[in-house]
Design a protein around this ligand. Structure first.
Ligand SMILES: [Zn+2]
Ligand SMILES: [Zn+2]
Length: 565
């Protein structure tokens, strides 16, 4: 990327020509050193700075910006004000960068005030620095306000905000912001495009991904490798794996390891282990050295496919053949798959002896495995460990009470429920969404706010009758006294994913023959999973659900996860 000349070369030439003493030449050298961002130049910078006969905002800003990774920049800023020299927008841009990287909230807000008083906050450099600062400290609302208050909006500030929203998992805001930027006629750049594609992946907005792809091509950035990588990642997360591969193949020669990993993790999410391995071979053929993320994709693929021995093989290969140190995520894959095949004791031993302190994800994985295999005692142990880390983790209570209920241990179920109530733990609300061309429809559990509510509920009644005929029985996840069960099975029918599915069917917006795609914020529940298998037969269509864990493809009464998720 860097075609910059080493500032020391130019400095040496100045010394030879005996020009390294004028204010302008010294300031120029300072700027060069400052932009080089090489850490070991601090002594040269300070010496040059002391040689400048009279300082101006440029020399001060170079000094401040060189030290923008440390609080020294604040010290130099104060000296600058004492001298007195007033800062400009570039000075503020680098000070905001310091505040963002060191998470200096109060400094940042005070600097915002100073910039405001000096009337330079709304210039492109300082404003985008300010937006980035607010996003980094997770106060996106203030970042949004900065943009809204700008008298003249610009593409750089929009890009910064789009990336900021995407990094803060505020995908819908990022998408909205991108649309707004386009409406203002501002040109998109690789940053705004990769930011918005990250957001698209988070909510699996497949149609948006296609539209943005088109926009990338039109704006001439379709061949940019950063944008291409973001497209592969976005398409992969949307489950549009063929499209992801298309972009990947076009840019194959230029793809960095990040792009290869994005493609592999796209396959892994689908549980497509053969393609992951094939790509791994291709990767080595292209002399790309695999890293930890590469192996995480491989392990995830085999773990999703439930192949414990293969996971073990690749786990060992990663350490022995490639000298890579597994992260906790790699261990979690291993623990997950061992649990899945019923080797719970082995999985637990790894959780307790691995070089990392087991986190909530590890215990939750084990808890789900115990639940799947009906190991009530072990499940109780795992839920206790999970609750030690966070006593408000709703999944711990819900899963363990289901296992205990299936084992007929109703007294203990009551204890768990009492504890949950006492601690005021509430289940996270289910939310599902479905994307139609140009719009996203969001449903909460029991939602009656949609304009087509009447049709949706009528469709659900119809579907229910149909699948009951085929042998569907409600799976009541939560355990309640016998008399409440009727109410409960009624409630099951208004889960957000069922509402979204019914809407997709009644709206008629998804053309016949095309898969119905639903995204859910939590794991799909057992009843919806069961119901969707039957519904896929009734409507004779493919139904794709991306839940918080993986993709489920329902077709002809089966699911691609083979009932383990
Ligand atoms: Zn459900
Ligand atoms: Zn499934």
């Amino acid at each position: 990327m860097s075609t910059k000349v080493d500032p020391r070369q130019i400095h040496a030439q100045c010394i030879i020509k005996n020009t390294a003493h004028t204010s302008s030449q010294l300031t120029h050298l300072l700027t060069l050193y400052s932009k080089s961002r090489t850490q070991h130049h601090s002594r040269i910078i300070l010496k040059l700075f002391s040689q400048v006969p009279s300082h101006d905002v440029v020399s001060w800003t170079s000094l401040i910006s060189y030290f923008s990774n440390s609080t020294l920049s604040f010290h130099h800023f104060v000296s600058m004000l004492r001298h007195p020299t007033l800062p400009n927008q570039r000075t503020f841009a680098s000070l905001f960068a310091t505040c963002a990287s060191l998470s200096k909230f109060y400094f940042g807000v005070q600097l915002h005030c100073v910039a405001y008083k000096l009337g330079v906050w709304c210039d492109a450099f300082s404003a985008s620095g300010l937006i980035n600062f607010y996003c980094k400290i997770r106060v996106c609302g203030s970042a949004r306000k900065v943009l809204d208050e700008m008298p003249k909006r610009n593409g750089v500030c929009y890009s910064t905000l789009i990336v900021g929203f995407a990094q803060n998992m505020r995908a819908i805001d990022a998408l909205g912001c991108f649309g707004e930027m386009r409406r203002w006629g501002l040109v998109s750049c690789m940053y705004s495009l990769s930011g918005v594609l990250r957001a698209v992946g988070e909510v699996a907005a497949a149609e948006q991904c296609r539209m943005i792809h088109g926009h990338c091509v039109v704006s001439g950035l379709g061949w940019n490798v950063v944008v291409g990588t973001a497209l592969v990642d976005g398409y992969g997360k949307c489950g549009l794996i063929v499209e992801a591969r298309g972009v990947f193949n076009e840019l194959l020669g230029d793809m960095s390891i990040i792009g290869w990993n994005a493609m592999m993790s796209g396959y892994a999410q689908q549980g497509d282990k053969d393609l992951v391995v094939e790509l791994f071979g291709l990767m080595e053929g292209n002399e790309i050295v695999p890293d930890e993320y590469t192996f995480l994709a491989i392990l995830t693929a085999f773990s999703n496919a439930g192949l414990a021995n293969a996971v073990k093989y690749w786990f060992e290969k990663m350490i022995l053949d490639y000298g890579l140190e597994p992260w906790i995520e790699h261990y979690t894959c291993l623990i997950g798959v061992l649990g899945r095949v019923g080797r719970i004791a082995d999985a637990e031993r790894i959780a307790l002896t691995m070089p990392y302190e087991a986190d909530a994800a590890v215990w939750r994985t084990l808890l789900s495995s115990c639940a799947h295999h009906g190991e009530a005692d072990m499940a109780l142990v795992m839920s206790k460990r999970l609750l030690e880390l966070n006593m408000y983790d709703d999944s711990a209570y819900v899963i363990v009470s289901n296992v205990l209920a299936s084992a007929g241990r109703l007294d203990e179920v009551r204890e768990v429920r009492k504890l949950m109530k006492h601690r005021r733990v509430s289940k996270e609300g289910g939310k599902s969404w479905i994307e139609l061309p140009g719009e996203v429809h969001v449903f909460m559990a029991g939602d009656k706010t949609h304009v087509m509510t009447k049709e949706i509920y009528a469709k659900l009644v119809e579907l229910r009758e149909e699948i009951l005929k085929l042998g569907y029985e409600p799976v009541i996840d939560d355990t309640l006294p016998e008399m409440d069960k009727v109410v409960k099975s009624e409630e099951l029918w208004y889960h957000s994913e069922k509402l979204a599915l019914a809407f997709a069917l009644v709206s008629g917006a998804v053309p016949p023959g095309k898969a119905l795609r639903i995204v859910k914020n939590l794991r799909i529940c057992r009843d919806c999973h069961m119901a969707f298998k039957y519904i896929s037969m009734v409507v004779n269509r493919e139904i794709i659900v991306r839940d918080s864990n993986r993709y489920h493809k329902f077709f002809n009464g089966n699911c691609s996860c083979a009932d383990f998720w």
